[in-house]
Write a protein that binds this ligand. Structure first.
Ligand code: ADP
Length: 409
């Protein structure tokens, strides 16, 4: 165990050692010589003490250095410091390994050099947010190592405190998330295959049902058979909707969604949409209240229908059949905020943050048909339009879903 530090002066400690020591001068020299010898011995002991302290500090430094190496250099994630203009100032060993080149080659290089060309916009947007938003930023994007092998990276960055704007730098961690992405892709492929494989037998059953009905002999059996066939038909329709949702969700996850927007006047659009959806929606419960001066929105009409039908179907599904459902809209800056309000069971505060997640179903809603895909699809479609979606809800009173769309130019 290291000795506790002795804060008395080196001189005082050396004097004490000399007094304690066994050696004494045998033949006392003249007074001056004796004083010199004393001085010399004190210095000698001072040096010995200093030497010992130095060795101890050296050992402590070595331990601290090893700890630093372990923590910084060999951390399971890459650590980097970036300059104001995105150049690499410092990088740890893990970073060298991840980017496939040593530090001397990394120094002063623009980090964007390692980002694939199709992810450049995404990276620049992330770096801009980091510069201006004043809070930590995260992004996942494709990168390439120095030898051109690609990998998926997650970047988490924050601003490092600096005395002046000139000295501003950013701390960033770089994590290889290729495996996570591979698993996600596998999951997507699996869902896609399941959805497609389910579609074929469902189509066959749907096609043969009328023939089955015709094969039933006239009379009582036919009358008994008819409701059974109807029930099968209804079940098939539900299955069809679920399979469609599954296909759509996997498609949206893959990021291949392209939307084609055009100016849409919500008033006439909603009237027509509700007329067309009368078979699916209970339109007698739906009231539309729009301000007369509402501007046209920029939307993909087909996708907008999906968004609205999903929200209306949920409103219908999770509220008593005799309660109204209201569609509203109002202008807010450059956006139009659309709302769908019901007077149903509501969503608890703890469930609210999760309802837009894939396959999430709140405990109180499980009795109703569904697989927890509708709101996931809806939120992805709203985001693809550049809008936001959220909910305000109170258990036992009802829910209002809001989403925004840009005003058409
Ligand atoms: P699904 O309806 O198939 O379960 P959704 O993704 O459409 O899936 O909705 C997720 C969950 O959010 C539902 O299971 C339900 O618990 C809750 N939810 C959605 N809309 C409403 C609503 N209008 N009122 C109450 N709960 C709702």
């Amino acid at each position: 165990m290291p000795e506790p530090p002795d804060h008395r002066s080196l001189r005082a400690r050396a004097e004490e050692r000399l007094r304690e020591g066994p050696e004494q001068v045998e033949h006392p020299a003249p007074e001056e010589a004796q004083r010199l010898i004393h001085e010399l011995r004190v210095h000698q002991i001072e040096l010995e003490l200093q030497n010992k302290e130095l060795r101890q500090t050296e050992q402590e430094l070595a331990v601290a250095h090893d700890r630093y190496l372990d923590l910084y250099e060999y951390a399971p994630v890459g650590y980097l410091t970036l300059s104001r203009d995105g150049r690499i100032l410092q990088a740890n060993l893990t970073c060298e390994r991840l980017l496939g080149c040593d530090r001397s080659a990394l120094a002063r290089q623009s980090f964007s050099r390692f980002v694939t060309s199709d992810a450049q916009d995404n990276y620049h947007f992330f770096f801009q947010r980091l510069q201006h938003a004043n809070e930590p930023q995260t992004v996942e994007l494709r990168m390439t190592r120095a030898d051109d092998t690609p990998f998926w990276a997650r970047l988490d960055a924050s601003t490092q405190a600096a005395a002046s704007e000139q000295e501003t730098a950013y701390r960033m961690t770089l994590t290889d998330v290729t495996r996570v992405h591979e698993l996600q892709e596998m999951e997507q492929r699996m869902l896609y295959t399941v959805a497609h494989d389910l579609r074929t037998p469902a189509t066959i059953i749907k096609g043969y049902l009328p023939f089955l009905l015709e094969l039933l002999p006239e009379g009582e059996i036919a009358e008994e058979g008819r409701p059974i066939v109807e029930a099968v038909r209804r079940a098939l329709r539900r299955m069809d909707m679920m399979v469609n949702d599954l296909t759509e969700a996997t498609y949206l996850q893959s990021g291949r969604l392209v939307i084609e927007t055009r100016p849409v006047e919500l008033g006439p659009y909603l009237r027509e949409m509700l007329k067309q959806s009368a078979g699916v929606l209970d339109t007698s419960r739906i009231n539309v209240k729009l301000p007369t001066d509402l501007p046209a929105v920029s939307a993909d009409p087909e996708r907008l229908e999906r968004i609205l039908v999903n929200l209306l179907l949920n409103a219908q599904k999770y509220s008593p059949p005799d309660t109204p459902i209201c569609i509203g809209a109002r202008r807010r800056d450059g956006e139009v905020m659309v709302s769908v309000r019901d007077q149903g069971q509501g969503i608890s505060e703890e469930d609210q943050p999760h309802i837009f997640e894939l396959f999430f179903r709140a405990a109180r809603g499980r009795k109703a048909d569904g697989i927890g895909l509708g709101l996931y699809i809806t939120s992805r479609l709203v985001e693809a339009h550049g809008g936001r979606i959220w909910v305000e809800s109170e258990v036992g009173k009802g829910s209002t879903f809001y989403f925004t769309l840009k005003v058409a130019e």
